[in-house]
Design a protein around this ligand. Structure first.
Ligand SMILES: C[S@@+](CC[C@H](N)C(=O)[O-])C[C@H]1O[C@@H](n2cnc3c(N)ncnc32)[C@H](O)[C@@H]1O
Length: 252
């Protein structure tokens, strides 16, 4: 209520654009005290119509998960592979927020399916490769668990384009061994399932398709970066680390 009043006054005094820029400068200055960054209001992705629609639906349904910048990467990447044959796969779904941006990015007419792999019992056991630089792991077994029925409900409007595979990675991968993919999203935070995911999916991604890893640039997920770097060390593709913390690889 108070914020709406401030917004109303600000827009009346300076006009919407100048008000947004002043607001941004203030927010940037306050955030910098704690080392955070805020997005510039003139970034057009914040107003991308498909992104805004997908985000509004996520908010309406109250689904938590990836922040705005990573959500946009997911949607834009899915959009970029509309012409590449092959379905989508996602390892690590949590509430299904990232899944929604992948499916929305595929486009309203898309028939691409999304094969989801998750324990629905949270993370597996962190190993030695998941130890942070200061020691210890950010995670314990079972973190981030969300029941399967919650995910089904959160993705229900996409119908049978969503195919859920409950189990520990890689146990259920063989069920899709004959499928081809245009986009694979890996978001399991730890070394072992990240490595298992790229080992299995890389040969099944079509040329021009993308392997996107959510955790590559997170200090909480050193094992994910290690797995991606090790796996792609002898591959012809380069790993592109994004400022959002994600990484992308475009299959040759
Ligand atoms: C960070 S969350 C995924 C977040 C989701 N992609 C999003 O952005 O909304 C990690 C997920 O990976 C799953 N997971 C982690 N390790 C796993 C494993 N070894 N096997 C199966 N699922 C696993 C967890 O259950 C959890 O749902």
């Amino acid at each position: 209520m108070i914020m709406r009043g401030i917004d109303y006054l600000g827009e009346r005094i300076w006009g919407p654009d100048r008000y947004r820029r002043r607001y941004y400068k203030l927010a940037k200055w306050i955030s910098a005290i704690k080392g955070f960054e805020v997005y510039k209001p003139q970034m057009i992705w914040l107003r991308d119509a498909e992104f805004v629609a997908a985000r509004e639906e996520v908010e309406r349904r109250g689904i938590e998960g990836v922040p705005n910048d990573r959500s946009y990467t997911l949607l834009a990447t899915a959009r970029s592979v509309r012409d590449i044959p092959g379905d989508f796969a996602e390892c690590g779904v949590r509430y299904g927020k990232s899944s929604r941006f992948l499916l929305s990015g595929a486009g309203p007419q898309s028939t691409k399916r999304l094969f989801i792999f998750d324990s629905f019992e949270g993370l597996s056991d962190p190993g030695a490769d998941d130890t942070k630089s200061g020691g210890g792991s950010a995670w314990v077994k079972g973190d981030l668990a969300v029941p399967e029925d919650v995910v089904r409900r959160n993705l229900s409007d996409f119908g049978d384009r969503v195919v859920l595979h409950k189990g520990w990675i890689p146990d259920r991968f063989p069920e899709v061994e004959n499928e081809r993919f245009s986009l694979v999203h890996v978001d399991v935070d730890l070394y072992e399932p990240t490595m298992a995911a790229v080992e299995f999916f890389y040969p099944r991604v079509n040329s021009g398709g993308v392997i996107l890893c959510d955790d590559y640039g997170s200090a909480d997920c050193p094992g994910a970066k290690k797995a991606i770097d090790e796996f792609f060390a002898d591959k012809p593709e380069n790993v592109i680390g994004l400022t959002s913390g994600q990484s992308i690889v475009i299959k040759r």
